[in-house]
Design a protein around this ligand. Sequence first.
Ligand code: FAD
Length: 335
Amino acid sequence: MTAQPAQTISVLGAGVLGLWQALMLARAGHRVSLFEQTPEPFVHSASLYAGVMLAPEREAETAEPLIRELGHEGVADWRALYPDLISAGSLVVAAVRDRAELEHFARRTQGHQALDAKAIESIEPDLAGRFPAALYFPDEAHMPAPAALSFLLAKVRRAGVEVMFGYQFEPQHAGLIVDCRGLAARDMLPDLRGVRGERLIISTPEIALRRPVQLLHPRHPLYVVPWGAGRYMIGATVIETEDDGPVTVRSALELMGAAYALHPAFGEAQILDMGAGVRPAFPDNIPRAIVRANERRIFVNGAYRHGFLLAPVLARAVAGYLEDGTVREPILTLD
Ligand SMILES: Cc1cc2nc3c(=O)[nH]c(=O)nc-3n(C[C@H](O)[C@H](O)[C@H](O)COP(=O)(O)OP(=O)(O)OC[C@H]3O[C@@H](n4cnc5c(N)ncnc54)[C@H](O)[C@@H]3O)c2cc1C
């Protein structure tokens, strides 16, 4: 596969990775079609279950340093594209008995400010008196997944991409394939695995948070993300299984317990939805594009917990490879 100025490209899968690929490749001048197997947008996409937090600093607590570095690029790309991105930073809090956890989190991350109770109250008045200390990450951002995905899809269409839902793809008509099928690509990427993430959507007029708040918890990174109009996403479990069945009682209790510990007013909230998505992941949990030149196929997959954060970065890596052959390792590799 040689670098060419304009190619005919079939992108498979309209999750967040496929949408960003289609958009950036069309903007680079390629003739792009986007094929999604489901008749309706996003109904079988892990992307629909995301928070969505763009949290390169907080993710660095458990992720490779590369995720932080690339994540800042991803945040900048989203800021440039999406006017409704909410750039209000994020907070990390811990119960008084878990104060040591907060200190540990602070040591493992950068780009935060330590807040005392008064400072917490000044930026999140509804958390007044609830926590003695917090970490504030001012450069992080968030957005509701359904609105962001619909926005991206509209952008893709406006960029001239032919978009086909409910389409049985026929490779002989494809040109170059950019394969963003998520976990379904395991038929060709055997080391891909699924990591279940459960989340709730709740609604309450009783409390108004402005930014995502993460409550440190021994088992899961539990957080509450304000989606506007009194709605909150509460997420998310991280479970090594590919089961995409309904939320379990244990997980629902943990998620609701986190929200209630953050503020008892969440006890009166209505539960609008509960659901589980399965994140596609490689063994090292680092998303990447894999070029299989002899098959004229580029896989973009393994987004794990970073699909929204890194989708633009992966799209730029693929566009750069097609432009002049640049191999941006480790997020683009030749197979
Ligand atoms: C609860 C939860 C919370 C999360 N929170 C965040 C967050 O805050 N920030 C963040 O960055 N990430 C977050 N993530 C991770 C993020 O959602 C994933 O990394 C991302 O959605 C993966 O996107 P994808 O496009 O690879 O896969 P998907 O969204 O699953 O898309 C794959 C698409 O391919 C389609 N497809 C399958 N087979 C075919 C075929 N043969 N032909 C055509 N189409 C096909 C599928 O129907 C699907 O629409 C979260 C995930 C979960 C589950």
